[in-house]
Write a protein of this length. Structure first.
Length: 310
């Protein structure tokens, strides 16, 4: 009786595991989780930068409030500028973390020979590549956005408290900042300008990461430098270098253009800047970039199928 009773839970457990394996999304889900667990800088770096910035903000908070009280004409610069800086700082961090992750995405597992173990698992090369591409294109921007919103929420509470204690208008501060609109525009900007727009760069780095035996960054940069140099010699232009640079920093993303003429802050926190998703969907550069991304990722899938350890 005991043997039969013990066998029944084991059979139920094995059937549950079998169902999980058969689900097409389960291997992808666990592959993404594996990448996040193996690359802790993806979430530790934003948290560390946010903590350092918050410390500096708390130290200089009285200075900003005093400047705002002394010169009301520069109220926004004195009070709201830290929120612009925190957003811009996190955007830069998204670029750096995504680039370094993509460079090591496939080369790292070949270097430590863990690719032999992961290839023995019931996970296809396509699933593995898509999971790795999800990190710089989706996971890192989402984590950075969430950390930035939490950071700015704490800053908002502290700022409101200090303004209330010093006898200044909290309502004016909230009206000037427009936090909900600021956060919506922040999320839109990061997910387009620093996730989808530079996706071809991340896919190219992953492709080279799966091919090069060493010096991945050098091999990834050499073709771009050669093409840019050849263009400069033959045509006296720098279109390719500008294209690559704009893809990396997101300066040509389908973002609002009408605000540039009035000198508004370059960071996506100003209430006068509006969200234009239709411009993104109608942009040939956006869809062309996604097509190039798919080509590079397809080549990376095929390359991983035949590439072994370094």
């Amino acid at each position: 009786m005991n043997t039969q009773a013990n066998a029944m839970p084991e059979s139920l457990e094995s059937s549950r595991v079998a169902r999980d394996v058969l689900r097409p999304t389960r291997p992808f889900y666990w592959s993404v989780r594996r990448e996040l667990m193996e690359n802790r800088s993806v979430y530790f770096a934003p948290l560390l930068v946010a903590g350092v910035f918050l410390l500096g903000f708390l130290v200089t908070m009285q200075h900003h409030v005093r400047n705002a009280a002394m010169n009301s004409a520069q109220y926004r610069d004195a009070i709201v500028l830290p929120y612009d800086v925190s957003a811009g700082m996190m955007m830069l961090l998204v670029i750096l973390v995504s680039l370094f992750y993509s460079i090591d995405a496939l080369h790292g597992e070949r270097k430590d020979r863990s690719i032999l173990f992961w290839k023995s698992m019931p996970v296809s090369d396509l699933t593995t590549i898509l999971a790795k591409a999800t990190i710089p294109i989706v996971a890192i921007p989402l984590i950075a956005t969430a950390v930035t919103i939490c950071l700015q929420l704490v800053m908002l509470i502290v700022s409101s408290f200090v303004l209330m204690v010093t006898g200044q208008s909290v309502a004016r501060f909230w009206a000037e900042l427009s936090p909900l609109q600021m956060w919506a525009l922040l999320a839109y900007h990061i997910m387009t300008a620093h996730a989808l727009w530079p996706a071809p760069i991340y896919a190219w780095l992953m492709l080279v990461s799966g091919w090069a035996r060493r010096a991945v960054l050098l091999w990834a940069a050499l073709p771009a430098l050669a093409i840019a140099g050849l263009e400069a010699i033959l045509f006296r232009t720098s279109h390719f270098a500008s294209l690559v640079g704009e893809r990396i920093i997101g300066s040509s993303s389908p973002a609002p253009h009408s605000t540039a003429a009035v000198g508004i802050s370059i960071f996506p926190t100003n209430p006068l800047m509006h969200i234009h998703p239709l411009e993104m969907l109608m942009s040939a550069g956006f869809w062309g970039g996604l097509l190039v991304t798919a080509i590079f990722l397809g080549a990376a899938v095929r390359l991983r199928r035949y590439r072994g350890p370094v």
